[in-house]
Every structure is written in C-alpha cells, then in structure tokens.
Design a protein around this ligand. Structure first.
Ligand code: GDD
Length: 410
C-alpha cells in the first residue's frame, strides 16, 4: 500500500529565479490561489487515503517549515508531516538515500516523490492504478509540452503500447520527445538498490578521478532514472490534466489561475471564493480579512491576501495581491504580482501581458526585446498616484513615480 509521500522542497540557495519574491518568503511557501504552493501538493496527497506520513525533504533551516507544519497538521489530520533537513544540497536523490531509514520505516510497499514546485492536477490515484496494473517498480508522471520547450525538462521515450519507459534524458541538447518528466514519481523500495548502485559508481569514479567529488550528492534524473530506464518495471503515466512548473516569479500568475479554476470547478462554495456578481468575475479568492470596496471590479483569476485594502473603482485582473497591500481609488492592476505591503496610488496602472496557461515561459518578445510577461512589485514598494508600470520588476522598498516600462528597478 502507498503509505508515504516525500516532497522535495529544495532550499534557500535554489529557487533564485523566483526572486525578488523569494527574498522574504521561501518559494514553496509563496501563496497562489490563497494557499502556499506546498499546500496544493499536500491537498493532492490527502486524496490518497492510504497515505499516513508526509516527509518534506530539503535544505532550508528547520525553522522555515515550523508554522507551516503546525497549520497543515491541523488541516490534514490524516497524515503526519515531518521535515528532514539535508546538511547541504544533496540533489534530488541524495536526500532520499541519506534519509532511507526514515523513508523505509514501517515498510511502505510504495511511496510518492513529488517536486514541490510543480503546479498540477496531481492525478495520484491514476498513477497508483497504473503502478498496480503494470506491477511496476516505478511510475513517473508524464505530460506533453510543445517541442520547442521540451528540452528544458527531462524527456521520456516510452513504448507506445505498454508505456514502459525505454529511454530517459535530462534536458537533452537535441529533440528526443515532447513527453516530459512531470516531477511526480511512485517508487517501490527497490529504488534504493538503484540509488545504491549509482552511489557505488560515484565512489569508484571518485577513486579513479580526483576531479570527481566523493560526496553524497545524487541526481534522481541523471543518476537514477537513466539507469531505471535500462531495467524492467519503469512505466510512465501520461496526464492530460493541467501541469506547469513554478520556476520564475512570473509563473506564479498562471499557476494562481490554474489552481483557482480547479477550485471553482470542484467546490464553488470553497471558503474565500467570491460569489460572481457585476463586480466579481470568477474565479476570485479574497481573504476574509481583506476589505474590498463594492465598486472595485475583480477577476478573473485574482487572489487577494489578508488585510489588504482595495479602494473604489479599482480594477484587478489575472493577478496576485499579497497581504497588507493597499490599492487606491481608480488604480488598475493586470497580469501582475503585488507582494506584501505594496501601496498603489490613485489612478495608477500596473500591468504585465497576457500569458497562455499552457505556455512554459513567462518571458515575452515585445518589439524584438525580451521582456517580463508579468509585472512584479516586491515587498513594500510604493507606486505614486497616476504612475504607470509596464512589464517590469521592482525590488523591495522602492518608490516609483512616472512611467516605467520593460525595466528591472533595483
Ligand atoms: N531536497 C532537495 N535537495 N530538493 C531539491 C534539491 C536538493 O538538493 N535540488 C532540487 N530540489 C527540488 C526542487 O526544490 C524542486 O522541487 C525539485 O527538486 C526539482 O528541482 P530542480 O533540481 O531545480 O530541477 P528542474 O526543476 O530544473 O527539473 C526537474 O523537474 C522537472 C519537472 O518539474 C527535473 O526532474 C525535470 O526532468 C522535470 O521535467
């Protein structure tokens, strides 16, 4: 029975592409659709009744997840949640090997490994059913992406009939397949035999070559999955549900839209989801402590954080507004992220550009120049009355007046 899920949460020295939003909050705790990114993965895990333990594995300081674990333990009493801290970044498989005793405690017949930074419909029940049907040792979640972006991911070649993985290449240089690694795996305990042999190969390589470090770092993709594809029992489950990565700060905007749409379709009365009206175009999430003037118009795909104040005549669309933010009369916020404590002056305009939900890049080419698709105002930025910010990123505590376009304001 699948009784555990391990979630790879990374650490502070990774997730740099999420800056400036990760300057004051770890990426996996950043709220999309009103909840931390990590919470969406836990909600998916909670749909599998046999899972009794969730292990978060990363190299953030222990204190980072203390409050999150306390709150999530109340929300998900069906499983215990623990944080296992790597003493340094051990790679996507090094931590699994380092904590193998904790993972194998209680003899789970199989366990999930989930990347915390994917935004997905997480079809975990379907992955389990494929695992059982094929009597597999490992099943990987696969998803199709456009050929032009496939090489940014792990690429899978599988038997079209049996779905057995026959070849795996991480971020190949030439096109191999547009079926890519979706960052969710179900393994049985024999995965540790494969990790052990990869570890052994590394020790031997280090003995022969002083340039190879004999450390505990192991990469699930290059060191393990490539080997696994040469054995029997490794299958892919291809999802047609939504899937994207949350890598850049801008990618939180399409992720917010996808999770809000999912919530709206599955539970229209979910706490925080605002009812449709002339001023609310669903889905819109509003924290119960936020104050919204009745003449403001919000949505679709908008999240408003705790204690934020949205003034009269304001228009907000396709955006994330975090806590303690103030958007004053007549201001307009489109395809943007306003971090904690941002103030937007009257009649100001903050805008990015529309990004397709299935597009895997948030950078656009505008008049031949690469620009940020999403405008991002970091913590405590103040935008003056009638100012205009377009396709720009503003770092914390800056004050902006006038017009800013295609810029990074440091
Ligand atoms: N515990 C731990 N330790 N977690 C880590 C470490 C580490 O040293 N390094 C990365 N992670 C976590 C990240 O936080 C993220 O959740 C996940 O592992 C994968 O991150 P990356 O190593 O940055 O890989 P990637 O996102 O470029 O690509 C991976 O994910 C794609 C799907 O999202 C690969 O597995 C690709 O093949 C895959 O398509």
């Amino acid at each position: 029975m699948t009784s555990k899920a391990l979630v790879l949460v990374g650490g502070g020295t990774r997730g740099t592409r999420f800056r400036p939003l990760s300057l004051d909050i770890p990426k996996v705790l950043f709220p999309v659709a009103g909840r931390p990114i990590l919470s969406h993965a836990l909600s998916a895990v909670a749909t599998v009744p046999s899972i009794k333990e969730v292990l978060l594995i990363g190299f953030y300081d222990d204190s980072v997840f203390k409050d999150f674990i306390a709150e999530s333990s109340k929300e998900f009493p069906q499983f215990t949640i623990k944080y296992l801290r790597e003493y340094q970044a051990l790679g996507t498989a090094g931590g699994l090997y380092h904590f193998r005793d904790a993972i194998l405690k209680g003899n789970p017949s199989s366990f999930f490994v989930i990347h915390a930074d994917v935004c997905s419909s997480f079809p975990l029940a379907e992955v389990i059913s494929e695992f059982e049907k094929k009597e597999a040792k490992a099943v990987i979640l696969g998803t199709r992406v456009e050929a032009e972006v496939a090489n940014n991911f792990g690429c899978i070649v599988s038997d079209p009939v049996t779905k057995k993985v026959v070849h795996y290449v991480e971020k190949p240089e030439t096109h191999i397949s547009n079926l890519i690694n979706g960052g969710v795996y179900l393994f049985d305990s024999s995965i540790f035999d494969v990790i052990r042999s990869a570890r052994q190969a590394k020790v031997e390589a280090a003995n022969e070559n002083p340039l190879v470090k004999n450390d505990e770092v192991l990469r699930l993709e290059q060191d393990i999955l490539v080997r696994l594809a040469e054995t029997d029992g490794f299958y892919v489950y291809e999802t047609r549900g939504f899937w994207r990565q949350i890598k850049t700060a801008g990618s939180a905007v399409p992720a917010n839209a996808l999770y809000l749409q999912k919530l709206f379709q599955t539970d229209i009365d979910a706490p925080g989801l605002a009812k449709a009206s002339a001023h609310i175009l669903p889905p819109v999430y509003i924290d119960p402590t936020a104050s919204i003037d009745p003449t403001a118009k919000l949505g679709p795909n908008v999240s408003i954080g705790a204690r934020s104040v949205i003034g009269p005549g304001v228009r907000i669309k396709e955006s994330i507004v975090l806590e303690d933010t103030e958007v004053n009369q007549g201001a307009c916020v489109l395809y943007s992220i306003l971090a904690r404590g941002v103030t937007i002056g009257r009649w100001a305009r903050v805008e990015g550009s529309p990004i397709g939900l299935s597009e895997h890049s948030t950078v656009l080419i505008k008049n031949g120049v690469r620009v940020q698709g999403v405008s991002i105002l970091a913590q405590n930025v103040a935008v003056g009355d009638e100012a205009h910010i377009q396709n720009s990123v503003v770092l914390p505590h800056k004050e902006i007046n006038g017009h800013v376009e295609n810029e990074i304001i440091m």
